[in-house]
Design a protein around this ligand. Structure first.
Ligand code: GRF
Length: 229
């Protein structure tokens, strides 16, 4: 049964989001902006980063969001690292974990704590070009359509159920950077959108398939526009 989307929620009724990010955090920013404008009714509870120099930390300062630096090297092993992250998130009553440029393969301890409650953004149209440098892989391959994917995280590398995709044109003279920039603009659209649908309880997972209770547009990709720069 789908639960009806509610009206304006109080802070305590809202979903708490925890973000994991390693770098500049432009996707993190797009989520913050959507929360602040009321498009997403959720609380941004905490940023956890593995990188003390991540610009995402500065974004937290600007928006009064807690940030935690947790470095894997300070833990016995990967399992204790991800178990600790899971504990920190549970303490803050996080209901959705968002990987926004977290440059690590997330461990089982975290995945098992948040089944189908961890979302990642990948800069390619999965299942093509998983792993690092998706944009470069696409540019080098010579595809004519590239894009990005929001998916739930499972134990594989970018293999979890696909929630939403957006496509952009790719040109023969694209560099990794020019293509990455075009894709990034779409990332900033579909990631907050997927999160909004989740907060509205309009997403369910059946096996590999993600079922979105929404319009045809919300259920599928955002198509390329030939006018896209
Ligand atoms: C994005 O390209 C995202 O798709 C990938 O890592 C990059 C993060 O960029 N997972 P930003 O830190 O959100 O600006």
């Amino acid at each position: 049964m789908w639960e009806k989307a509610k009206g304006v929620l109080s802070m305590s009724d809202m979903l708490h989001i925890g973000v994991l990010a390693s770098g500049r955090g432009s996707n993190f920013q797009s989520i913050i902006d959507n929360i602040e404008s009321g498009q997403i009714q959720a609380v941004m509870s905490v940023l956890i980063t593995d990188n003390p120099d991540a610009y995402a930390i500065e974004r937290c300062r600007k928006h009064n969001i807690e940030s935690l630096v947790l470095k894997p090297g300070d833990f016995h092993n990967s399992n204790s690292y991800y178990a600790h992250i899971a504990d920190e998130l549970i303490q803050r009553e996080v209901g959705l974990v968002v990987l926004a440029g977290f440059m690590r393969v997330v461990g089982k301890a975290l995945i098992d704590t948040f089944p189908n409650r961890i979302m990642n953004i990948h800069p390619a149209l999965l299942p093509s070009f998983p792993g690092l440098h998706g944009q470069k892989q696409a540019a080098d391959y010579g595809v004519k359509i590239a894009g990005c994917t929001v998916h739930f995280v499972d134990e594989g590398v970018d293999t979890g159920p696909i929630i939403m995709q957006a496509a952009v044109p790719a040109y023969h003279d694209d560099t990794e950077d020019s293509l990455a920039e075009r894709i990034l603009r779409k990332e900033h659209m579909i990631f907050p959108n997927a999160i909004r649908l989740f907060t509205e309880n309009r997403i369910k997972v059946e096996g590999r398939k993600v079922i979105v209770n929404g319009t045809r547009e919300e259920q599928s990709i955002i198509n390329p526009l030939t006018t896209d720069k």
